[in-house]
Design a protein around this ligand. Structure first.
Ligand code: MEV
Length: 443
């Protein structure tokens, strides 16, 4: 029976209970034209070491195979005087090449400088209190003490490492929604990203708050006026921020391979950043370029790129309108370019110590502390942004990008090794496009 006529079953109950091969077979038979070759292809990406495969499968659910992504390295980053080769996992052509170019460019101009501006993480207990707000405020100091005390079994290890609960604030949202309050809690989580730690503490806070209200003489008769809505960390960490910067005398900028002089380049560069500070349409693309670098290192080191992205974009809008994450000044003939980047990352716990390649990435970076990793990530974002803006204000990005993309197009058109070699020579001084490459292969 061919795929069109056989009895196709596109829904299933108990999929998660099937073995991995069972899942693969069911999917292949019901969703793919050629089940056998689909199974073989997806199986070919299984790890040859069963133990390693089990580790990968443990990261998610309903796994049927692995999804390969390129693991690249951008060398020649000098950060606070120390050299790094930065691991990057990204599927987009030109990104690693651009980061490497920017790293080398600034290596000869003093390198990148960084400053940690803060490492505070945030968590929230959202709740409703329909009783008197003044009662809640009057007993809040006691609530704080009890919450901290009852979370001690969870916090003791983190306390020993120099972290733990920093503060608990009562935030009143009753002007926006009747009875709505929040415990806004701040944490130091040292070298771990801290999501599990924070969420465990917050859930304990929720339970302790409920009990406290039930037992306290001022509130015991109105315990039903409290409703814990949810306890969860906030991915917005505006006080867990690192600054990365570069600067040099304008004359040291050189021509950047263009026909402009250093002064004109500096002015064009500054204006490009200014546009991204003013216009959210440009800012979104500008910041996307920054995240090309940031996400690639975050992913390579086993950190949570969705959290980093969400926070970065919220931070970019913190002053009331969405704008560039990077900034530039030209003062006293000095060109300065910097980024303040919120980065809640870890170098222990989570995937960092489980994912075999994430471990290698961290080793490549010299097994950094979380703060050192924040620096490397922010610098890579800044370098990426520098390279993109430099291209945009000089050659445009398409020539370089399409040169890098040429081989992808050739693969898509099933070109042989010989054809690829000839095409690379042919397109050296020509504009690359899908149709131009197809025409070349046909000719
Ligand atoms: C492409 O992935 C990123 C850029 O569009 C960033 C930018 O425009 O600044 C080149």
């Amino acid at each position: 029976m061919d795929h069109k006529t056989k009895n196709i079953q596109k829904t299933i109950s108990g999929f998660s209970k099937l073995s991995k091969v069972g899942k693969l077979k069911w999917l292949a038979e019901n969703f793919f034209k050629d089940p056998q070759s689909t199974i073989e292809e997806l199986r070919s990406y299984w790890h040859s070491d069963d133990r390693q495969q089990k580790i990968l499968d443990g990261f998610s659910e309903n796994t049927i195979s692995n999804f390969p992504m390129p693991f690249g390295v951008a060398p020649n980053f000098v950060i606070d005087g120390k050299p790094y080769a930065v691991p990057m996992v990204i599927e987009e052509s030109s990104v690693v090449a651009a980061a490497s170019m920017a790293a080398k460019y600034w290596m000869t101009r003093g390198g990148f400088k960084t400053t940690i501006l803060g490492t505070v993480k945030i968590g929230q207990v959202h709740f409703k209190w329909y009783g008197e707000g003044s009662i809640l405020r009057s007993i809040f100091p006691e609530i704080k003490l009890r919450l901290k005390k009852e979370a001690m079994t969870i916090t003791s290890n983190m306390d020993k490492r120099g972290g733990g609960i920093l503060d608990i604030e009562l935030v009143d949202f009753t002007d926006k929604e009747e009875g709505l309050y929040q415990l806004r809690c701040s944490f130091e989580t040292c070298d771990s990203m801290g999501a599990n730690f924070i969420n465990s503490v917050l859930e304990q806070f929720g339970k302790s708050l409920q009990l406290f209200i039930e037992e306290h003489p001022k509130t015991s008769d109105q315990a039903n006026k409290l409703m814990i809505i949810m306890c969860i960390l906030s991915n917005f960490t505006p006080n867990c921020v690192v600054r990365a910067e570069v600067s040099c005398p304008i004359s040291d900028l050189g021509t950047m391979g263009s026909n402009l002089d250093a002064e004109a380049l500096a002015y064009k560069f500054w204006t490009a950043i200014r546009i991204a500070e003013i216009d959210p349409y440009r800012a979104t693309t500008h910041n996307k370029g920054i995240f090309n670098g940031i996400d690639a290192v975050v992913l390579a080191t086993g950190n949570d790129f969705r959290a980093i992205e969400a926070c970065g974009h919220a931070y970019a809008a913190k002053d009331g309108h969405y704008q560039s994450l990077s900034h530039c000044t030209i003062e006293d003939d000095v060109f300065r370019f910097w980024i303040d980047m919120p980065l809640a990352v870890g170098t222990v716990g989570g995937l960092t110590s489980l994912h075999p390649i994430a471990k290698k990435s961290l080793e490549l970076l010299g097994n950094p502390s979380a703060q050192e990793l924040m620096k490397v990530i922010a610098v890579t974002g800044l370098a990426q942004n520098f390279a993109a803006v430099r291209s945009l204000i000089t050659t445009g990005i398409q020539s370089g990008h399409m040169k890098m993309h040429l081989v992808n197009i050739l693969h898509q058109l099933n070109a042989s090794d010989e054809q690829i070699k000839n095409a690379v020579i042919h397109f050296n001084d020509k504009v690359v496009s899908f149709s131009a490459v197809r025409d070349f292969l046909q000719s």
